[in-house]
Design a binder for this molecule. Structure first.
Ligand SMILES: *Cc1c(COP(=O)(O)O)cnc(C)c1O
Length: 223
């Protein structure tokens, strides 16, 4: 193994050691070179995420076909068609309109697409997602028969970018409560609803305490 692979393998191992069995690591490869991503692949990692469609497509083309690609960034409806043939999971669904477009493109490709609903709980306005009220209405109104090619697998959220760990706890705690409530109230129409995508390099240890099933980590893997 070359020095890059050794470093990435050590980082991956240190992260994996901190994760409970119920939580899986998604390596966030945005802004990284193909060489860096391939090094993580060589270490045995197969699940990667990008936040922009254009970068995702370039990497999908250039890297091995057995990688499972997740999209974690804001998605415009006119770009859904490019990723619909292969995307493993879309974490950033924040409107019914987007979900309808994903349904159409999934049907065209004769496949099912796994999605998460993005919840906005951070204080930064710049972050996307539905607030708790919008998400509550969304789940009340959601009719699975209108979305035969969509599997709503759970919730994604980001905490505020802050040193204040109490605030991060509070934000993840409200995401966790909403996730559990939704599973309880709407579980019968959401048979795949079991994933909670919370936790990044700076806050994944806190996210795990709030039931994270997917941590999305970039910096801590590659830096
Ligand atoms: C960049 C990004 C991450 C990973 O952030 P790191 O701090 O590099 O681990 C996770 N989730 C989303 C939505 C991101 O945009």
């Amino acid at each position: 193994m070359n020095p890059l692979q050794v470093k990435i393998q050590q980082n991956l191992q240190q992260i994996e050691e901190q994760l409970p069995n119920s939580c899986r690591l998604i390596v966030v490869s945005k802004y990284r070179t193909l060489e860096e991503i391939h090094a993580a692949y060589t270490c045995g990692h197969r699940v990667f995420a990008e936040n922009r469609v254009q970068a995702l497509l370039e990497r999908y083309e250039a890297l091995p076909q057995d990688i499972q690609w997740h999209l974690i960034g804001h998605l415009q409806t006119n770009k859904v068609k490019y990723i619909a043939p292969f995307i493993a999971m879309i974490h950033s669904v924040d409107s019914v309109k987007l979900l309808q477009t994903i349904q159409q493109e999934a049907a065209k490709n004769q496949r099912n697409i796994d999605v998460l609903i993005q919840l906005h709980v951070a204080k930064e306005e710049t972050k996307f997602g539905m607030d708790i009220q919008e998400a509550t209405e969304f789940f009340q109104q959601f009719q699975p028969e209108n979305f035969p090619n969509i599997r709503i697998c759970g919730i994604m959220a980001m905490a505020s970018f802050t040193e204040d760990t109490n605030q991060i706890h509070r934000e993840f705690s409200s995401v966790e409560s909403f996730f559990k409530q939704t599973a309880q109230i709407h579980g019968s129409k959401l048979p795949h609803f079991k994933e909670l995508s919370i936790g990044m390099s700076g806050d994944f240890a806190i996210a795990i305490q709030h039931g994270s099933t997917y941590v999305r980590i970039g910096t801590r893997v590659f830096a």
